[in-house]
Design a binder for this molecule. Structure first.
Ligand code: FAD
Ligand code: NAP
Length: 537
């Protein structure tokens, strides 16, 4: 399908290309139809491309003239032309973390046949975990729970000032805490599996690697290989902790991937690094009463306001964390095996020739994270990465250099590495890919007040509006099932005549308690699939 303009030389080149390939195309000359400008506006909304030609091959958006010729030169165009929709899936997502799962669920809600491949390569210390990615297993969730454990210790100290008297010596038990946190994480892993199953998303616990266009190899932990094809792919493989590349680091050091399920208390700990992960972990470890030192290569919290960063540092110092500034480790040696054992760390100054030695039970590396993009066959299908950082550059609609491959989450170049960002972009990507509808439906069930005391049924009355996304969410459809439906509709009909929009409805103060007020608080879109049943009046 070519959206073209009859006088445009680039459109002519593209039409000639398809004709030379013997492909019959649907061509719409936007300058020769009445609603050409409107169609171009819609195309721009869907594809983020304002210009013509705008080319689609078998439902995949290829792009403009240059992208079509690039796809031709790489062989992708021929592949797209051949394969119609003979794929196993509409969408395969590689990586079941924050971004991948939200994209998978949204695409399934939008009626697509979706598969998620998720596989955790064990850390050098042998740690691995279940479905859900970094945030749930080795990031935000266990981090915050350990932080909470440390805060409880602080509250215990504070409690004496508030009159609490107790004689027993209070101490922290690492194993009890870790077991409780890991139990909670297991329940979250299970919840994710269940929610994929409920939405009919196929979940395969295998490592994904592209082998050719539209085809991926999935290898499970027994080494069995299965091949799957899809019309479109989303890469959401996230990042893993970096190592120092010095003698002894992979053998003896741990990272945040290991810490949250460490089966023993880490004891005296050296934390290497001075950003988020390093300072958060150092903070809660010190909160448990452990001897903690942070080795800082340059400054604390690079990228943050340095006055604030230094205040964080001095607060931590007052609360027992030691800082070794302007040093980097050069060698880690094991002095004693054990749980924990004993490690000797040799470090050198970044400013001179000075070297120092220290003995610790645990060395925790928190020196940044590397994108998991180098061992997934991207070179086989031509997805470009930033060779230095391993990150994937994408356009405004998260499309990589290969038109049918998209990417979300931590692996994106120049985007914040945060869970809510990954979740939101995964969801929005699915909506852009599969929810090209120009209408947005908001709806809810409701329970009229006069029905409550009478004990009449809840979740029977229903309100729904349909908005035109291309016209400032103007309300173009209005439905109500409930008492006084005629009266309510009459009022809103006049408002619709005056150009009522969703925003105007949201800005309207409801009259309480009425049935009509429900239209001033509509939040849930139908495409979100969120529950609209009411729990009370
Ligand atoms: P991930 O969640 O990492 O998911 C990627 C998944 O893909 C993983 O399961 C991985 O095993 C899998 N995978 C990789 N390669 C393949 C393959 N080839 N085949 C199949 N599967 C594969 N963010 C916040 O917003 N707040 C916080 O408080 C916070 N705290 C954090 C604390 C720590 C210690 C860390 C490390 C991170 C923290 N983050 C926090 C960041 C947050 O965890 C990430 O931004 C988020 O998890 C990124 O989601 P993602 O989908 O890009 O990747
Ligand atoms: P990071 O932000 O990349 O910081 C790396 C730290 O390690 C820096 O202090 C850096 O020092 C130091 N470092 C790098 N290489 C080193 C080396 N060879 N020797 C010694 N020190 C070295 O990495 P991160 O702390 O692992 O965080 C990763 C991402 O996770 C962040 O971008 C963040 O978005 C996300 N995260 C978010 C939260 C949250 O929202 N609360 C929590 C944790 C993580 P220099 O300054 O000298 O380079």
């Amino acid at each position: 399908m070519i959206f073209s303009k009859s006088y445009c030389p680039h459109s002519t080149r593209v039409k000639e290309l398809f004709s030379s390939l013997g492909v019959e195309c649907n061509v719409l000359e936007l300058d020769q139809v009445d609603d050409g400008a409107k169609i171009q506006e819609v195309l721009s909304e869907i594809t983020n491309q304002k210009t013509v030609p705008n080319v689609f091959v078998n439902k995949v958006h290829v792009g403009g003239c240059d992208q079509t010729f690039q796809a031709y030169q790489s062989g992708l165009l021929q592949k797209l032309l051949e394969e119609e929709s003979a794929y196993d899936y509409d969408l395969i997502i590689v990586g079941g973390g924050s971004g991948g799962l939200s994209c998978a669920k949204e695409a399934a809600i939008l009626g697509k046949k979706v598969m998620v491949l998720d596989f955790v390569v064990p850390s050098p210390q042998g740690t691995s975990w279940g479905l859900g990615g970094t945030c749930v297993n080795v990031g935000c969730i266990p981090k915050k729970l350990m932080h909470q454990a440390a805060l409880l210790g602080q509250a215990l100290c504070d409690s004496r000032k508030f009159g609490w008297e107790y004689d027993q010596q209070v101490k922290h038990n690492w194993e009890t805490m870790t077991k409780a946190i890991q139990n909670h994480i297991s329940s979250l892993n299970w919840g994710y599996r269940l929610s994929l199953r409920e939405k009919a998303v196929a979940y395969v616990n295998s490592y994904g690697e592209f082998v050719e266009h539209h085809k991926i190899k999935a290898t499970n932990k027994k080494g069995q290989e299965t091949y799957y094809t899809a019309a479109q792919f989303v890469i959401a493989t996230g990042e893993r902790p970096r190592y120092l590349g010095i003698q002894g680091d992979k053998e003896y050091c741990i990272t945040s991937d290991d810490l949250f399920s460490l089966p023993y208390c880490p004891g005296k700990t050296l934390v290497v690094g001075a950003s988020y992960v390093a300072l958060e972990c150092a903070g809660f470890l010190a909160g448990f009463g452990l001897d903690v030192t942070v080795m800082v290569r340059s400054i604390l919290l690079r990228g943050f306001d340095q006055e604030m960063a230094e205040k964080v540092g001095s607060y931590m110092e007052q609360h027992g964390v030691k800082f070794l500034r302007k040093f980097i480790p050069v060698m880690i040696q094991q002095l004693e095996k054990g749980s924990p054992g004993k490690l000797k760390v040799l470090a050198k100054s970044t400013e001179g020739t000075e070297t120092i030695e220290g003995v610790y039970n645990t060395v925790l590396l928190a020196i940044g994270r590397d994108s998991c993009t180098r061992k997934i066959g991207l070179e086989k299908i031509g997805v470009k990465i930033n060779e230095k950082s391993g990150k994937i550059p994408v356009n405004d609609v998260e499309q990589t250099s290969v038109p049918y491959v998209y990417a979300v989450g931590d692996i994106l170049e120049g985007r914040p590495e945060l869970t809510p960002v990954a979740i939101q972009s995964g969801k929005l990507l699915a909506r852009r890919l599969f929810g090209a509808s120009l209408e947005k439906i908001y709806h809810t069930l409701f329970w009229p007040l006069e029905w409550t005391v009478a004990g009449r049924e809840n979740n029977t009355c229903y309100a729904k509006i349909i908005c035109n996304k291309l016209d400032h969410d103007r309300v173009i459809g209005f439905h109500i099932l409930g008492p006084n439906a005629g009266e309510v509709t009459q009022g809103f009909a006049a408002a619709m005549k005056c150009g009522l929009t969703k925003q105007l409805l949201d800005d309207t103060i409801g009259i309480h308690p009425t049935c009509g007020e429900v239209f001033t608080t509509l939040e849930i879109t139908k495409s979100s699939g969120l529950d609209i049943t009411q729990k009370g009046c």
